[in-house]
Write a protein that binds this ligand. Structure first.
Ligand code: ATP
Ligand code: MG
Length: 296
């Protein structure tokens, strides 16, 4: 177990970004595996299994202690593996202690509110793990690449100035600082897929009837704006990577590696919280002893 926690720390820190100023996306290789060869995949799968078990153990204490909440945010281009990663990494967790929210194009009800509103309503309670499959970060990604979406948002035109993105970054940073000061821990994952690997996965979807449903024509047209998306990701990470709410730029060309890294980050995050089962005082012990007597 000690080894697991040590490795988790090492793997997590390799891809952590806390200081946006120096961040450049090109310094992160989507195919990186930290030198682990694909022949070592079985060992990586074992490490993932151990990580999943450790997450389940820690999550039980998180729930019992009922003080911290943990918010994991996943952002990525299509086919980067968000769904599969969420499924694998959380496969051991008690469903009662965790909630997944997916954010799609906003509804008219959602557009009637400020941009953080729908995400705020879905924040995890204390004691819970909350997962955002996409999030308010779409506001500086897809909305930035498609200015027509911003026009549909009903924000009073005089508030949309050249500073709009700078202001959104600032609002997001402040929001995440507010959460962290309240004991809601925020960790953000960018599953960093290469354009070639996306093409391979799209083709795979188009050749496999059981994967047809995963493909939409919009996915292909967004791919044509790859460069603009990468710029938007880089700028977003630069402006929102902080000590309290770091980004993890996870190499995603190899699913087995991405999953191992994400599980390491979750293990590392939960282990850093000093989680404990609540202590039982004298009065409570007496109460438990009385209950035992009655039952017997
Ligand atoms: P995913 O693409 O995440 O696997 P999906 O295919 O089931 O999920 P979609 O219907 O494609 O779901 O919904 C996701 C789409 O919603 C993405 O294209 C995303 O950019 C868009 N979206 C999410 N949030 C916003 C937002 N705030 N403004 C505009 N579009 C958004
Ligand atoms: Mg989609």
């Amino acid at each position: 177990m000690k080894n697991l926690t040590k490795n988790a720390k090492k793997f997590a820190s390799a891809f952590r970004v806390t200081d946006g100023d120096r961040f450049k996306l090109k310094d992160f290789d989507p195919a990186d595996t930290l030198g682990i060869k694909s022949s070592e995949k079985p060992e990586a799968a074992q490490a993932l299994q151990a990580g999943v078990a450790e997450i389940a153990r820690l999550q039980d204490m998180l729930y019992a202690q009922d003080q911290w909440g943990v918010l994991l945010i996943f952002q990525a281009m299509d086919a980067a593996g968000k769904d599969g990663t969420i499924k694998h990494v959380l496969s051991g967790v008690n469903p009662q202690g965790c909630e997944v929210h997916a954010f799609k194009a906003p509804s008219s009800d959602e557009l009637d509110h400020d941009f953080l509103w729908r995400c705020m309503r879905s924040l995890p309670e204390r004691g819970r793990l909350g997962i955002f499959n996409r999030s308010y970060y779409e506001e500086t990604l897809v909305v930035r690449v498609h200015p027509e979406l911003l026009a549909k948002q009903k924000v009073p035109p005089r508030l949309i100035t050249k500073d709009i993105w700078k202001e959104r970054f600032q609002d997001i940073r402040h929001f995440e600082r507010y959460l962290s000061r309240n004991g809601i821990v925020v960790r953000k994952f960018f599953l960093n897929l290469s354009k070639q690997e996306q093409k391979r996965r799209f083709l795979q979807r188009l050749e496999n009837p059981s994967k047809y449903w995963k493909f939409s024509a919009a996915d292909a047209s967004e791919r044509e704006r790859w460069g603009e998306y990468m710029q938007a990701y880089e700028d977003t990470i630069r402006h929102t990577a902080t000590d309290e709410a770091p980004w993890y730029v996870v190499p995603a060309d190899n699913k087995w590696f991405a999953r191992m890294i994400v599980s390491s980050v979750v293990v590392e995050t939960l282990s850093s919280l000093g989680l404990k089962y609540p202590e039982v005082g004298k009065d409570r012990l007496a109460e438990l002893a009385a209950a035992r007597r009655v039952l017997k």
